[in-house]
Design a protein around this ligand. Structure first.
Ligand code: ATP
Length: 256
């Protein structure tokens, strides 16, 4: 599989405190990779360095072989790194389809006017994206009335509108019921397989991680202590220490 993302010795310090301590990893085309770790391990800091929100103290990031380290977020986004957030960022006053149309307008760099042609622009493409995430029947509803799980699906459609090569998902299932979590991640996995994009996601729910990630990385106190498949990560003594020591989730790992 082709390598999409390569991270080399990436680090971030806040004053004398090193939040991320020189981590290296890759993400391949068509791969769904999880980045897990206890609270404060450095997951968000790592994501923010990949998207350009935070400038690394040292290290390099390459997308498709091209160096993107320290580039502005807008440029990295244009190069194909998309992101979804824990808190959904949709425009509540607009309909579902208008939100996707806005994303398509922005992706295609069109100047928009909500009272003009924008209402017709990219309607077919927007409907196709909504159909892809199972939301076509809700296209004309205002976002403000959507259930939380549907907002997450809409956010996925919006992220896909930018045709990302790599999609970073920040705790995609936070706040969702267990059955809805599995459904959203299955939908994401299907899209990854069909479109050949890559997903790197953080997640606290180990059922979701072990059910859907092809590979799992474990970050602890800024250090990458494991990077492998589910069996390798489960068998890693350092991972067992971190999670058993914290009294967390080993039961869940066992039945995964
Ligand atoms: N702007 C900042 N200034 C100082 N310290 C920071 C800053 N941002 C994060 N940190 C510290 O860096 C460490 C890593 O934080 P980070 O938010 O990346 O962890 P995380 O793994 O995403 O945690 P969580 O799972 O709780 O979101 C934490 O100790 C945090 O307190």
């Amino acid at each position: 599989m082709t390598e999409i993302l390569r991270v080399e010795n990436l680090a971030k310090s806040y004053g004398t405190f090193e939040a991320v301590k020189g981590i290296s990893f890759t993400v391949r085309e068509g791969e769904m990779k999880a980045l897990i770790g206890p609270n404060g391990a450095g997951k968000s800091t790592c994501f923010n360095m990949l998207t350009g929100q935070i400038r690394p103290t040292r290290g390099e990031v390459f997308l498709d072989g091209a160096r993107i380290t320290g580039l502005p977020p807008r440029v990295i986004w244009r190069r194909g790194v998309g992101r979804t957030f824990q808190i959904t960022g949709t425009y509540q006053s607009m309909t579902v389809i208008e939100n996707v149309q806005m994303a398509l307008i922005s992706h295609n760099r069109r100047v928009f006017s909500l009272f003009g042609r924008a209402r017709a622009l990219y309607r077919t493409e927007a409907l196709a994206l909504l159909d892809r995430v199972g939301m076509a029947d809700q296209a004309e509803r205002p976002c403000s009335v959507l259930a939380y799980g549907d907002l997450k699906k809409l956010e996925l459609a919006i992220a896909l509108a930018h045709r990302p090569r790599l999609l970073l998902m920040d705790e995609p299932t936070a706040g969702m019921a267990p059955s809805a979590r599995i459904a959203l991640m299955q939908l994401t996995a299907d899209i990854v397989t069909e479109e050949g994009l890559s997903v790197l996601f953080t997640e606290h729910d180990m059922d979701v991680v072990f059910a859907h990630a092809h590979h799992i990385m474990v970050l602890n106190r800024g250090e990458l202590i494991a990077d492998g498949n589910a069996a390798e990560v489960r068998a890693n003594p350092q991972v067992q220490d971190v999670y058993l020591g914290g009294g967390m989730l080993f039961k869940e790992i066992d039945h995964a």
